[in-house]
Each structure stands twice: as structure tokens, then as C-alpha cells.
Design a protein around this ligand. Sequence first.
Ligand code: IMP
Length: 431
Amino acid sequence: MPLTVLVGTQWGDEGKGRAVDVLSADAGMVVRCQGGTNAGHTVIAGETILKLRLIPSSILRPAVPVIGDGVVIDPEVLLGEIDALSAQGIHCDRLLVSGNAHLIMPYHRVFDRVIERHLGRAQLGTTRKGIGPAYADKAARIGLRVQDLLDMKIFGQKLEVNLKEKNAVLAKVYNQLPLDAKKIIAEYEGYAERLAPYIADTSLAISRALQGGLHVLLEGAQGTLLDIDHGTYPFVTSSQPIAAGILAGAGVGPCAVDRVVGATKAHCTRVGTGPFPTEIEGDIADRLRGVRGELGAEFGTVTGRQRRMGWLDGVLLRYATRLNSLSDVFLSKFDKLSGVGQLKIATAYRYEGEVYDEFPPHQTIFHKCEPIYEELEGWEEDISGARAFADLPAAAQRYVRRVEEIADVPVTWISVGPEREQLVSTATVSV
Ligand code: IMP
């Protein structure tokens, strides 16, 4: 009963959609476990390009797609995604949606917008999809769950209680018009009818799949540094994208895990505000980012925002190994480093004369530190045609080996382009 967890090791956008597509080739079930429509996972298979928000990135594979307990679901987006896929001939009939997952309500999206505006210069740069407010209601135990759609009477009662308080705050604090309960109920009644066939006990389904010997892949969203406990708080998301949070969101215990794969971009990126020690600007950043609209260009899948660029941060990679108990790294966008010239990896930080080779214990240090870089020789060759480790130029091989040393786990997959076959798997290479 192999269970694989896929986790992002940076600030999201590490190519997890691509990694899931690869890792799910033999999977019987793939589960989205936390986060919501803030995620944007891209999958490319030949002519088919999918930009997925809630549906697991394995949807082109035979695996049963599952949306687990820890996800916050915007039903309008989910149904829109199911319809858009169906229009492309990709059907989600076997999709299972946890009844315990929380619903994103219209007021969550409104609050996400007005709170950000209220924060002004201190704003987090959220995706404005209502993620934080939905998780806040979940923690406050006033959230509406997917299973509430199965009893619209209860749904209506819970909504009334919620709206009374939400509308008062919206009007008095944020100067917003109140939301109408009847309108929301009518809207969600429509969603209820369409979502009902998918609603299931997903933790039980996962357990049965594992007992039946199927390979189950847990697809993390966002990344380690966006974790609400262990990330760069408050510039984080409101769920737990680390492996333990992924397991909790799926409803699976830690002893079931065989492998924890850390999706890691060969350079680092970040969207939204918050500290980013290895951030770079200028020609190299522009080159790494690519041009808006190009395949693989570094602009947000969900928001279209330009991503901030940086060198690989080895301190954070080591931190991700520790927090997630990584067993492997899936290195993505490696081809983007070709022709960049001399490359850099941060191995420590300096702040007020002190050197920190672990994630600093205080936020001020992380905000103000200078990275200490190790320089690595670059390579000029186009590596997008590499299919074996030996096909890579010597300098590229050394970069991978250095990443392995820093992460202290093997780099088992190297993506050298967006297409499915543009992959080097070092699993069979003796080092
Ligand atoms: P929220 O998750 O929409 O509340 O946004 C909080 C922070 O997490 C912002 O900086 C977002 O840009 C970032 N974030 C959320 N989801 C993703 C993601 O899937 N990829 C990259 N950044 C994300």
C-alpha cells in the first residue's frame, strides 16, 4: 500500500502539477488535501494544457481524483472546472469530494478583498479567493461544510447566524452593502444538486484504496514557506502545506507514508509580499521569468501576477527537508538555468555579524539578512532534450549533486521542460 506525499519546498509554484502528472502515472488515487482555489496547478500533456485549481493534477491519468477534508471549496469554481474539463472531453465522474471540506462563501471573498485593502501597505498580497476568511471560520467553528449542502435546512440556519454577524461587520467596519441570505441559499441550492453525487467519506476511501494495494498520491498545494505555522508568518496562507498538514487534510496517519517528495524549483520564486532573501532583479531575473503568455513563464496561474525571482535558497531547502521528512526531491525548471552564466545557491545568511545556516529563529533576521552565496559554474547547452543524467553537461550534473548534498536527499526527478517526456529520472542512476 504505497503512499506518496508531494509537498512544495518553497513558496508554492514549484511545478507540483507537473510532478503530480509524473508521479501519478501508476497511482490508483490522487488526493488534494489542503488549500483551495488559491492553487493553480499546470499540467501539460501533448496538446492538452490544463490549469487546475481544485481538481487533482492527475486528472489525465486513470487515478480516482479526490478532494479531501482539509480543502476549502468554492463550489462555483469547482463546478466551473468540472464543466470546462468536460468540454475538453475529460470527465470527472469518479471524483470524490469530502463532506468535511469547508465551503468558501461569497462573504469570504468579500472579506479577503476588504481586509487586504484595510491593511494598506501591510497587506499580504493574498489571491483574494476567500481562503483566509474561510479557514478563519473553520477555526472559529462557524464554517459551512460540503455536507451541509445535503441538508439545505441546516445550511440555511447556519447561514442566517453567520450572515447576521458578517453583514454587521461588513457594514460597520468596511462600509460594504449587506449580503442577501435568500440569494446565497438559492445559489448554493443549485451547487448542492450538482455536487451531491460526488460527496463521500474520502478518508475512508483513501484507507480502502491503500488496503487494496493501490498507490495513493497526496497532492500538496502551496509550499513549505507558506505554512501557517512554519512559514514566513504573516506572509503565508491559512492552511498547512507541509507534509503533516497534507496528511491531516487527507485523513491519513504518518505511519502510512512511504515517500515524501519535495517539489523544488531550480531557482526560487515568490508571489505576494513578504521576505525573500535570495530575491534578484534585473537581466537574470527577467530571463528566468520569461515573457508573459509564454509556456512556463513565471506569472501566477490564478492571479496573473508577475512572480518575484531569486536564486535557490539552500537554507530553506534544508528547512523543508527537516519539516517534511523529505525522501526525494523533484527538481523542476532545471532547463531554465541554461545560459544564465555563473549560478548561485544561498547556503547561509548573515545578519549583524552573525551567520545563520538554519532558518533564523526571529522574523527580523529573516527580513533583513543577507544571503551568503556559493557560486557554481553554469552551462550554455540547451538541456531540454536530456533524458538521462549522463546527458546533462558536467556543470549541470554538479549543480544537481550540490542540491542533493544541501537537501540531504536524492534528486530523483529532474524536469527539463514542460512536456511529459522532458524528464530525467535519476532513480536508476548509480551515483
Ligand atoms: P491566500 O492563500 O490567497 O490567502 O494568500 C496568502 C499568500 O500565499 C499570498 O502571498 C499568496 O500569493 C500566496 N499563495 C497562496 N496560494 C499560492 C500558490 O498556490 N502558489 C503561490 N503562492 C500562493
